[in-house]
Design a protein around this ligand. Sequence first.
Ligand SMILES: [Ca+2]
Ligand SMILES: [Ca+2]
Length: 493
Amino acid sequence: MLLLLLALGIVWRLGALDGRALSRLPWLGSPPSAPSHGGPNIILVLTDDQRWDTLAWMSTVSALPARQFTNAYATTQLCCPSRASILTGQYAHRHGVLTNGGSRGGWARFNPADTLAVRLQAAGYRTALVGKYLNGYLSTEIPPGWDDWFAINSPAAEHSGSYYYEYTINANGTVQRYGSAESDYSTDVLVRHVQEVIRADDPRPFFVLLATVAPHFQSGGGTNAIHAPRHTALFADLKQDHTPSFNEADVSDKPSWISRLPLLDLGAVANPDQHFREQVRSLQAVDEGIARLLADLRDLGKLDNTVVIFMSDNGLMMGEHRINRRKTCPYQECLRVPLVISYPRLTPGRVVDDRVALNIDLAPTLLDLAGLPIDSAIDGRSLLPLLRGEQPAWRTDFLAEAWGQDLPGQPDWAAVHSLGWSYVQHASGDLELYDLQEDPYEVENRAGDSAYAAQQARLASRLSEYLQARAAVARPLPTPRPAEESSPANGEE
Ligand SMILES: [Ca+2]
Ligand SMILES: [Ca+2]
């Protein structure tokens, strides 16, 4: 009796809290009986290592009524740092996840306490992470901010480097094992889970991060992306365009770790033409999955009130400047990502927008869509005014940065990148300068060329401003353990 009175007393005291806090107490049941938030539903589809120039082969995404950002970039061009930036709206130097592993990066270095998911959940959203989280996440731990956690958590050694088949998923605390059957193909498994999320009888708006494995190449063996069996017959003759930088004949203008690369052996297993075709094939299941989700939303009457964002975490070199299957480079192929934002209320038709959009803009954009404040802890800017068709004063350049050793001997670098120019300072002291109007494929490094001295001085000054601002907010680096100093921190994932 005493216990009952005590319990009633606690419930009475909780009654003084607002309804949202009350609803999140598990023994009182959830979801709440009434929507606590009137914001739109959000589905963020994040592909892995998809270059911007493969978007054209995704018929559903290409046909969405949407604003397509043709100059969208990853500020750090690597899975884990970029995903951490998407979740926080912060530059890598600020959230501190600089690499995919080692002491300077990976899941273990990420602070999950204040993410987009945490903020949206606190505001009344039902949040779901479906697919890839952060590199090195092998845990059964569920980070804060997620109501529904369906995250791939198997170590690379256990699944032949694939993640397309033979992987495990932490499904809200229960580890599920997937095999090699056609129905285990990871893109389809993830999409099916998102279908469950959006069909759930829950009055709260949802935020779903659907992070596919596709179209990443397999780790370890240099083999290509894996497509769903139903797409084997597609694109048999498809080849990537070989731009003037493909297998660049003269790389003597490049820093030493590039100028010493041999010409690519195009007969090798890691043939970039084949990988391009396999990327496009593997993206078909992603595109079909998005079509299924759109059909479900239409059936549920939720289509008009759902924002669908399509983006990749980073680009990828596929033979340009002789570099194959590498990221963390300052060139267009690494920096640029596809970015499409569809919100029927704001984007009734297809609009191409060439303003500079960044991975760090996603978090503030989604907070803005949810009516939440964007505070000074966020580096990116909301794209919502752009979605509305407004013309605010907007950035014309940005700071790009990278750490780790994706190419042997490659130092850390920072760059200022605009639509007209790219200027790169490597920690080794090497400089690169490209006139992107004259030389969009970056085959002629103009650093040190007297004809470009004024531009170089202007860009060096601009980069210096960025680096001073960076120093003021950068998360301190850990002291590297001796064994790590000579080993790659990024691996191939
Ligand atoms: Ca990636
Ligand atoms: Ca050259």
